[in-house]
Design a protein around this ligand. Structure first.
Ligand code: ZN
Length: 673
C-alpha cells in the first residue's frame, strides 16, 4: 500500500547550483515517457563486502523481471518476445513511419512491463496496422517466435493479433470502476475463470489461526478454476514462476554469505525459505526480521509486496529495490521519526483512532542502487514497509525517502517550462525554486514515516473493508498527515524546515498538481483511475469546495488560461486537518460507503473543458508526463580469481539495456499454462 509515486516532481523545482553538469540525466523521450538515469553517489565509499552484497542483491533483483510481465497480463511475455524477435531479425527496411511506430510500441511494452499503461492501466494500442504487423512477422526469423506447443505460427499470430490491436479485448489491466465485476473486467493475471464474489467468498472462508496476527491470505498466489473447483496457485519454487524464483534464490544465497551481520544474514535466509515454501507465515517472520534490522547499511526489498495492481487489493506484484543508507539525508528523517509520538498525539483525528504508542518508525534516506520488477523503469520515490498492519503495530515499519531518484528527476526537468506555464505569479515561482525540492522531500518523509504509520483500526474492523477504495484512501491519509504537519511550527522548531515559506511552496505545488497539472497524464475523455492521482484530486477538490465561501483556493483566469491560487494557507491547513480526521474515521471504522462517496465525488471525474485546456498548454512544452530510469550496471572485478572490486557503470542506451535484460534474465516460458 505504501509506495509514493513520483508525479509531483514533474514540476521543475530547482535551479540547482550545479554538481552533476557533465552527467546526462535525460536520455530520450517517446510516446508519453521520458527515459532518465540516476547516479549512485557513495557507492565507492562502501566496503568491498558491502559492494559485493549490492552486486548479488542486484543480480537477484534482475532475475525476477519476467514475473512482473506475466503478472501484468497473460500475453505479455509472448508479446514481448514476439516484438523482440522482429526487432532483432526483421529483414525489411528499417526506416519510415511504420517501423518507427513499431519501435515506439516495443519501447512502451518494455517500459510498462507489458501492454497496459504502467500508470493509467488501460491498454495502449500500436500506431501501426495489423497488416504491417503481418509483414514484420513474415520477414523475421520464424523460429524465434514463442508459439505454444503444437501451435502453428499462423495460429499463434491469429491468437495474438486481437490482443494487440482490438481495443475491446482485455482493455484494462486494473478496473476499479463501480458497478462491474472488478475481477472479470481486469486483465491483470491474478485470476482465471473466477468472479469477484467467488474470490471474496474463497478468502472469507479461510480461517485465521491467529486473528491478532492475520496472514496475508492470497498475497503470493493466483486463483484459478479447474474442473469447477477454485484453487490457489502459489508463486514459489516448485510452483508458478519457479524458474525465475530459483535464480532469485541462488543470488540471495550468495548475498547471505556476504551479509553485513548475523541479523541480516538470518533475514536473507528467511526470505530464501519463503521462496522455497511459499508459506505466508514465513513471509511474516521474514518481515519481522527485516523491519528490525536497523544496523545494516545495505538493504533490499525483494518479494511479492505491493497490492495496487489487484482490483481487490490482495495479490502482490513482484518487485525489488536494492539500496544503501544516505547518512547525511538520514539525519533529517531521524529527527522526524524521533518525534513520531508527538505528531500522533497532536493529530487532528478523534483520539479513539490515534495510536497510543507509536512503535519504532525507523526513517532513513536511501540511495538506490538497482531497481527491478514493479519498481522498474518507473520507480517510487519513497517506500514504507512492511504492509501487514499487525507487524507495523507490533514491530514498526521502515520508511525511506529515495533522494538520488528525486535528484535525478529534478536534474532531468531543468528548464522544461512547467513552472512558467502553470504558475500564476513570479512570487510563487520563486518560492517553488527556492524551497520546492526540500519541501517535497520533507513531504515524502512525513508521508512515509508518519502518515502511513499513523492511526489505528477500531477492534473488529477488517483491514480490507474499504476494498477497491483502500489504496486511494490510504494514500490520501498519508498525504493529509504530511500536508497538515508541514505547516506546523514544530517543523521550524525541529530545524526540519527553514521557514513557513517552504510549507507554502509545498501547498502551492500540491494544489496545483491536484487541480491542474496532473491532468496532463490523463487522455481526453478518460476519468482518473490511478490511486495516487485520485487521492490528490480528492484532497484538492474537497478543500476547494469546502473553502469556497472563504475563497481559500481560487481558480484564476489570466490571458485565457486557468491558474489556481491559495488565498489563505492557514485555513487550508485546517481543511487538511478536517479531511484527515474524516478519512481516518473511515479507515478506523471500515466505513466503505463514506469512503466510496468521497472518492467518487472528488477523486475520479475530470472537468472536460479544463482538461482540454491543460492538455493543449502542456503539449506546447513537449514534456513527456511520465518518467522512468535505466539501471546502473555493477560488475565484479577479479584479480587472480579473487574479487577485488565491484565496478559501477552508467549505461545510456535504453534499448540496449532492455534487450540485454531479455537475453540474460529471461527465465520463464512465454506461456505459463
Ligand atoms: Zn504512500
Amino acid at each position: 500500500m505504501n509506495s509514493i509515486n513520483n508525479s509531483f516532481t514533474l514540476l521543475n523545482r530547482r535551479s540547482d547550483p550545479g554538481g552533476a553538469s557533465d552527467f546526462t540525466f535525460l536520455l530520450e523521450q517517446f510516446a508519453d515517457i521520458r527515459i532518465m538515469r540516476f547516479q549512485v553517489p557513495g557507492f565507492g565509499k562502501l566496503s568491498l563486502q558491502q559492494k559485493k552484497l549490492v552486486y548479488y542483491l542486484s543480480q537477484a533483483a534482475l532475475c525476477g523481471r519476467d514475473i512482473i510481465f506475466d503478472q501484468n497480463g497473460r500475453y505479455n511475455l509472448a508479446i514481448r518476445r514476439t516484438l523482440e524477435n522482429i526487432f532483432l531479425t526483421y529483414k525489411g527496411t528499417r526506416d519510415g513511419a511504420e517501423w518507427q511506430a513499431f519501435v515506439v510500441y516495443l519501447k512502451r511494452v518494455w517500459f510498462s512491463n507489458g501492454i497496459y499503461h504502467h500508470y493509467a492501466s488501460e491498454k495502449f494500442l500500436p500506431e501501426f496496422g495489423n497488416t504491417y504487423f503481418n509483414v514484420l512477422i513474415e520477414n523475421s526469423d520464424p523460429g524465434g517466435f514463442p508459439v505454444r506447443n503444437g501451435q502453428s505460427l499462423s495460429g499463434f499470430i491469429a491468437e495474438l493479433t486481437p490482443v494487440l490491436f482490438d481495443p475491446a479485448i482485455l482493455p484494462k489491466k486494473v478496473n476499479l470502476a463501480e458497478g462491474s465485476d472488478l475481477v472479470l473486467t481486469s486483465a491483470v493475471n491474478f485470476y482465471e475463470g473466477v468472479t469477484e464474489s467467488e474470490v471474496e467468498s474463497f478468502y472469507k472462508e479461510m480461517i485465521q489461526a491467529d486473528p491478532e496476527r492475520p496472514l496475508s491470505f492470497g498475497l503470493n498466489s493466483g486463483l484459478v478454476k479447474e474442473n469447477g473447483k477454485i484453487v490457489e496457485k502459489t508463486w514459489k519454487i516448485g510452483g508458478k514462476y519457479s524458474a525465475a524464483l530459483e535464480k532469485v534464490v541462488t543470488w540471495l544465497e550468495k548475498a547471505a554469505i556476504v551479509a553485513e551481520n548475523a541479523h541480516q544474514q538470518a533475514t536473507l535466509e528467511k526470505l530464501v525459505e519463503y521462496y522455497k515454501t511459499g508459506d505466508l507465515k514465513t513471509w511474516d517472520e521474514y518481515n519481522v526480521l527485516w523491519v528490525s534490522d536497523l544496523e545494516s547499511e545495505v538493504d533490499v526489498v525483494n518479494g511479492f509486496v505491493e497490492t495496487y495492481e489487484d482490483p481487490l487489493g490482495r495479490k502482490a506484484t513482484w518487485e525489488s529495490l536494492v539500496n544503501f543508507k544516505d547518512k547525511e539525508g538520514t539525519k533529517r528523517a531521524v529527527t522526524i521519526s524521533e518525534n513520531a509520538q508527538w505528531f500522533e498525539d497532536h493529530s487532528p483525528v478523534d483520539s479513539r483512532f490515534r495510536k497510543k504508542q507509536v512503535k519504532g518508525v525507523t526513517a532513513k534516506v536511501i540511495t538506490v542502487a538497482q531497481l527491478a520488477g514493479d519498481c522498474f523503469p518507473s520507480t517510487p520515490i519513497g517506500i514504507n514497509l512492511p504492509n501487514a498492519d499487525w507487524i507495523r503495530k507490533e514491530h514498526g515499519s521502515k520508511s525511506v525517502t529515495i533522494e538520488n531518484i528525486t535528484y535525478a528527476y529534478e536534474q532531468a526537468s531543468q528548464g522544461n517550462g512547467m513552472l512558467e506555464e502553470f504558475v500564476l505569479s513570479e512570487e510563487e515561482r520563486a518560492l517553488s525554486k527556492k524551497y520546492g525540492p526540500l519541501a517535497g522531500n520533507v513531504h515524502t518523509d512525513l508521508h512515509e514515516c508518519l502518515g502511513h504509520g499513523s492511526g489505528q483500526l477500531l477492534p473488529g474492523t477488517s483491514t480490507e473493508a474499504l476494498r477497491n477504495y483502500q489504496s486511494t484512501l490510504e494514500e490520501a491519509r498519508a498525504d493529509l498527515f504530511a500536508l497538515y504537519y508541514i505547516m506546523d511550527s514544530r517543523m521550524i522548531d525541529l530545524d526540519v524546515l527553514p521557514s513557513v515559506e517552504a510549507a507554502k511552496a509545498e501547498y502551492n505545488a500540491f494544489i496545483r498538481n491536484g487541480l491542474l497539472t496532473q491532468l496532463t497524464r490523463i487522455s481526453p475523455g478518460k476519468n482518473i483511475e490511478e490511486s495516487h492521482m485520485r487521492n490528490r484530486q480528492l484532497i484538492a477538490k474537497w478543500c476547494c469546495e469546502k473553502g469556497a465561501s472563504d475563497k481559500v483556493i481560487e481558480y484564476v483566469q489570466q490571458d485565457g488560461k486557468t491558474f489556481v491560487r491559495i488565498n489563505d494557507y492557514l485555513k487550508l491547513r485546517a481543511l487538511f486537518g478536517e479531511l484527515l480526521a474524516e478519512i481516518q474515521r473511515i479507515k478506523s471504522e471500515g466505513d466503505y460507503d463514506s469512503g466510496r462517496h468521497l472518492v467518487e465525488t472528488y477523486g475520479v471525474k475530470v472537468d472536460s473543458e479544463l482538461h482540454a485546456e491543460i492538455l493543449a498548454r502542456f503539449k506546447k512544452l513537449n514534456v513527456a508526463p511520465y518518467g522512468g530510469f535505466l539501471n546502473p550496471v555493477f560488475s565484479l572485478v577479479e584479480e587472480n580469481g579473487i574479487v577485488s572490486d565491484v565496478r559501477l557503470e552508467y549505461p545510456d542506451d535504453y534499448t540496449g539495456q532492455m534487450l540485454g535484460y531479455s537475453e540474460c534474465y529471461s527465465f520463464l516460458p512465454a506461456w505459463q499454462d
